[in-house]
Design a protein around this ligand. Structure first.
Ligand code: DGL
Length: 240
């Protein structure tokens, strides 16, 4: 199968990594729009323009399905995109909501972008929910800088919870760190992969497209996915 995956930057690579582990031997086209990052503070109108350009590009690559590996797009405009396009599109958040509604967790913390929290999508979880918008984290992760102090400040805003949802796809980069601090975490990419039922074909191919390629990006890619890939810089002309 040809599978399209996209995000505002490297965050969706955490989802791609889960896909590669569970469904290797497919062709993956990944687009990271890091020139326009962050998406988490953009308007719905801007998010629609940006994601439509990416989806149009992935359709030109003849993908069979598209995975929105971005919590912000999934929470704000998933249904608009699904209506607009005639190709299977999966969002990253609804499998996690379904999973949590069927779980024994009672008190749940959610770390996410401002626009994801604003969308109120996680209010669909029928448990006690504490949502913290964390606008400072994505730029630190993209620039490969230390996020621990900033993360600690956000964690202080949470009461004691049973688990924390990594509600932005950039956040699995600190999942192990949180687990070492004894926090249980939910990785939305993992939950999605459990739910998807994809076939494995004969051969693995990974094409990564980013709107800006630099040294930080290459370091970040190598930290997240340990597979061979082809990398290309490709900016999809976005004007405000
Ligand atoms: N990784 C994305 C998300 O899951 C976007 C983060 C951003 O660009 O602000 O929300």
């Amino acid at each position: 199968m040809k599978i399209g995956v996209f995000d505002s930057g490297i965050g969706g690579l955490n989802v791609l990594k889960e896909l590669l582990d569970k469904y290797p031997n497919n062709t993956y086209y990944y687009f990271g729009d890091n020139i326009n990052i962050p998406y988490g503070t953009k308007t719905k109108y801007e998010l629609t323009i940006l994601s439509s350009k990416i989806i149009d590009f992935l359709i030109l690559k003849e993908v069979d399905l598209i995975i929105i590996a971005c919590g912000t797009i999934s929470s704000n405009i998933y249904f608009d995109l699904k209506q607009k396009y005639n190709i299977p599109i999966y969002d990253i958040i609804s499998p996690t909501i379904e999973y949590l509604n069927n779980s024994n967790y009672q008190k749940i913390g959610v770390l996410a972008t401002e626009m994801t929290v604003k969308s109120q999508i996680f209010n669909q979880i029928n448990k006690e929910i504490y949502q913290i918008p964390c606008p400072k984290l994505v730029p630190l992760i993209e620039d490969n800088l230390d996020y621990t102090d900033v993360l600690a400040e956000y964690l202080k805003q949470l009461p004691k919870v049973d688990t924390i949802v990594l509600g932005c796809t950039h956040y699995p980069v600190f999942e192990k760190y949180l687990n070492k601090l004894n926090y249980k975490t939910i990785n939305m990419g993992k939950v999605l992969c459990e739910k998807l039922n994809l076939k494995n074909n004969k051969e693995l191919k990974i094409r990564l497209y980013f709107s800006k390629v630099d040294h930080n990006l290459i370091t970040n890619i190598d930290k997240i996915i340990k597979y061979d890939y082809q990398l290309e810089e490709l900016c999809l002309n976005y004007q405000k």
